[in-house]
Ligand binder design. Structure first.
Ligand code: FES
Length: 133
């Protein structure tokens, strides 16, 4: 996440995602709703090699959700994010396509930060929080 200096106001306030303890190493992801380019969409966060990463839940091959069960994104060896539709494979730490029909593309990254036992995600101009009612 881009650091915000003292006295500066981010364009979009960070959104609380969950307790950091909810994400186990190479475990199930936490899903969350976003507004991406004004359309409802889902995103996910998972912990991989100690680091929390988050992406839009949208395959580069065809714009569909990746998980084969809700929150299950990793392959059998828990080494890659794999699309449940045609098997495109992504490197978890970068979101970069490393195999299958994703053509060298990359998952859309969402900035996340782990702070004081909580996880926060950073909305942006393109990917915003769902308005609270
Ligand atoms: S839709 Fe993901 S690999 Fe085809």
């Amino acid at each position: 996440m881009t650091a915000i200096g003292p006295g500066l106001t981010p364009a979009f306030a960070p959104e609380r995602l969950c307790a950091a303890s909810e994400l186990q190493e190479k475990g199930k992801a936490v899903l969350f709703d976003v507004i991406h380019f004004r359309e409802p969409a889902r995103a996910f966060a998972l912990r991989f090699e100690g680091r929390v990463v988050a992406y839009l839940n949208r395959c580069v091959h065809v714009p569909t959700e990746l998980d084969w069960q809700p929150g299950e994104f990793l392959d059998a060896d828990r080494e890659f994010i794999i699309c449940s539709i045609h098997g495109a494979t992504y490197e978890p730490k970068s979101g970069r396509c490393v195999g299958g029909p994703c053509g060298g593309g990359r998952l859309k990254t969402i900035d996340v930060e782990e702070r004081d036992g909580e996880l926060w995600w950073q909305p942006s101009r393109d990917t915003r929080a769902v308005p609270r009612e």
